[in-house]
Design a protein around this ligand. Structure first.
Ligand SMILES: NC(=O)c1ccc[n+]([C@@H]2O[C@H](COP(=O)([O-])OP(=O)(O)OC[C@H]3O[C@@H](n4cnc5c(N)ncnc54)[C@H](OP(=O)(O)O)[C@@H]3O)[C@@H](O)[C@H]2O)c1
Length: 238
């Protein structure tokens, strides 16, 4: 039975992906910081799931997470690096602490996740790392500066990793979603951005399950096939 770790499993894309992994027969280690959410989800998903409270910005937490996974299920075959925050802001608003937070969670969190699982995957000569980026990692725009920088970064490091470890039978996939209806927009504090977001979108945002299905598509391919990038967006989103 395959073993997957999902970061940011407490809501949105991570929660939907965890449900899909359970349905596909995986054992799933759920992670995030909100213990009440983790407890409730683990109870709902049953005995093939377990949880470990983890802050992805902490190297110690990420190492402890993998150790807990090994004790509970065995060495992980799959890591879904999904945890993220998106406090969009205009540069003139000078929300430097939020830039730091995005770098810590979206970029360093992904690197720490890779560091924590890679020794085991290299040892097994088997593994699949899925990094959740964004269409903001393909195209920058106003208010997206720091967020886009982290997501361009995730795509860059993923491509580098893919080229390094493919020969060891380790696959690396990047999923770049457009707008998904989740709690992510709740991390925005810049009033000038909030007023634009609150005005709504002129297209229908995707549901998290759409992204979960894309991730499962990449995982479902034979070991000899690496889906290196998937971009999926609402039909009306430019
Ligand atoms: N929604 C979109 O439109 C969209 C579009 C493109 C890409 N994405 C990407 O999709 C990923 C998932 O986002 P989502 O839309 O599902 O948003 P979400 O519902 O807000 O979920 C974000 C998850 O990240 C976790 N998280 C945040 N900071 C963390 C930290 N320091 N340590 C551990 N976990 C942390 C949260 O868990 P806790 O709060 O419990 O820690 C939560 O489970 C993100 O990487 C995001 O950038 C989303």
């Amino acid at each position: 039975m395959k073993i997957a770790i999902v970061t940011g499993a407490t809501s949105g894309i991570g929660e939907a992906t965890s449900r899909s992994l359970i349905n596909a027969g995986y054992q799933v280690m759920l992670t995030g910081r909100r213990v009440d959410r983790l407890e409730a989800l683990a109870q709902d998903l049953g005995e093939r799931s377990a949880y470990h409270v983890t802050d992805v910005t902490s190297r110690q937490d990420m190492t402890a997470l993998v150790e807990k996974t090994i004790q509970t299920f065995g060495e992980p075959n799959v890591l879904i690096n999904n945890a993220g925050v998106m406090p969009l802001s205009f540069f003139a608003s000078r929300k430097v602490d939020e830039w730091d937070q995005m770098i810590d969670v979206n970029l360093k969190g992904v690197l720490y996740g890779i560091d924590a699982v890679l020794p085991y995957m290299l040892g097994q000569e088997d593994g699949h790392i899925v990094n959740v980026a964004s269409i903001a990692g393909l195209q920058a725009g106003p208010a997206f500066g720091a967020y886009s920088a982290t997501k361009f970064g995730v795509r860059a490091l993923s491509e580098s990793l893919r080229q390094e470890v493919g020969a060891k039978n380790i696959r690396v996939s990047v999923i770049s979603p457009g707008t998904v209806q989740t709690e992510l927009f709740g991390t925005i504090t810049d009033e000038n951005v909030l007023s634009v977001i609150q005005a709504g979108f002129d297209y229908e945002p995707m549901q998290p399950q759409v992204i979960a299905s894309s991730i499962l598509y990449a995982l479902d391919q034979p070991n000899s096939v690496c889906v290196s990038e998937i971009v999926v967006r609402p039909t009306g989103q430019v």
